[in-house]
Design a protein around this ligand. Structure first.
Ligand SMILES: [Zn+2]
Length: 323
């Protein structure tokens, strides 16, 4: 007798019934870039369909995302000036702080997350302060905590530290608790690799390091056990959700972290993953829409509960058509 798994693939209705993984708009967190100015919506050339917004236009964009059912955004800021400590990152009138306040005012229910890091705000482009030519871990912690606190004062629901300094989740948790923000959460970039897939983002956020690279604090792409250790440390330090970044080249990591984590797990489908699909689709080499959906479902299947993705809006529209 032949065993016939094909019986379960015979019709579309049967396939729908036995599908093991589903995508929902509720899985998506949309990354958005905010800069100074008015009425700004500047296209990012290496990420077709993505823009740098000003505060007024980002509110409009967030409104569109919300109306599509997407529950959350994560904000990245492009400051008006940079210095060696990234001091514009914790200014109460900083660009992210203003965007958070404006989005929350217009869409109080939307979950507004903020990326917490120094690289977009430092003139050297590193994620921490430089002391004696290296990124100093412990001196950076205080600045990250200050930045996180200012985002939360502006109304952020979650802060998301992406710097990969040791001990930063605990430092931020302590700072928030001391100021009475014990109910505001931390989504930690627990497992973040030193990846070439971030290339287009560095154009978008103007955050490329001016000397050296980030291998002294971000993880070696060859390591998996280290990912489990990083995830465990951030859970112990008080993270409410953890993240693996990038997503597609690290599906095995997502799957292993899923096994050891009792927290919601997010994965960041990064700029390079997005740009590759867009570029190949533009040339007619792949069906961009189908590849997008396949990529997103694979991230979910690997074990992610939430996906930070530039495809959020497009995928949300696709999901509406499917229903
Ligand atoms: Zn950074």
């Amino acid at each position: 007798m032949i065993v016939r798994p094909r019986r379960l693939r015979r019709t579309s209705a049967i396939r729908d019934m036995v599908r093991e993984t589903t995508l929902s708009v509720k899985d998506f967190i949309t990354p958005l870039f905010v800069k100074h100015g008015k009425g700004v919506k500047d296209p990012i050339s290496s990420m077709p369909g993505q823009y740098q917004f000003s505060v007024d236009t980002i509110v409009k964009e967030a409104g569109e995302l919300w109306s599509l059912g997407i529950p959350a955004v994560i904000l990245f800021g492009l400051p008006d000036e940079k210095d060696d400590t990234g001091s514009r990152s914790w200014a109460d009138d900083g660009i992210v702080q203003r965007a958070v306040a404006a989005i929350k005012e217009s869409l109080p229910e939307m979950v507004v997350m903020t990326d917490v890091c120094l690289c977009e705000y430092t003139d050297h482009g590193h994620c921490g302060v430089i002391i004696n030519g290296v990124v100093d871990n412990d001196a950076t912690l205080e600045l990250l905590a200050r930045q996180a606190l200012s985002h939360v004062r502006a109304g952020a629901d979650f802060v998301a530290p992406s710097d990969m300094m040791d001990g930063r989740v605990a430092a931020i948790r302590t700072a928030l608790d001391q100021e009475g923000y014990q109910d505001i959460g931390i989504l930690s970039y627990a497992v973040k690799y030193a990846s070439a897939f971030y290339g287009p983002f560095r154009d978008a956020a103007d955050s490329a390091p001016q000397f050296g690279d980030r291998t002294g604090y971000q993880m070696d792409p060859a390591n998996l056990l280290e990912a489990l250790k990083e995830a465990e440390l951030d859970m112990e330090e008080g993270a409410d959700m953890i993240m693996v970044k990038p997503a597609m080249p690290y599906l095995d990591v997502i799957s292993r972290v899923r096994e050891v984590s009792l927290l919601p797990l997010a994965a960041y489908n990064v700029s390079g993953e997005y740009a590759m699909v867009k570029a190949a689709a533009e040339r007619g080499w792949i069906d961009g829409e189908r590849v997008m959906m396949e990529m997103l479902i694979s991230i979910k299947r690997a074990g992610a509960d939430l996906i930070l993705t530039y495809f959020a809006k497009e995928a949300a529209r696709g999901l509406m058509i499917d229903d």
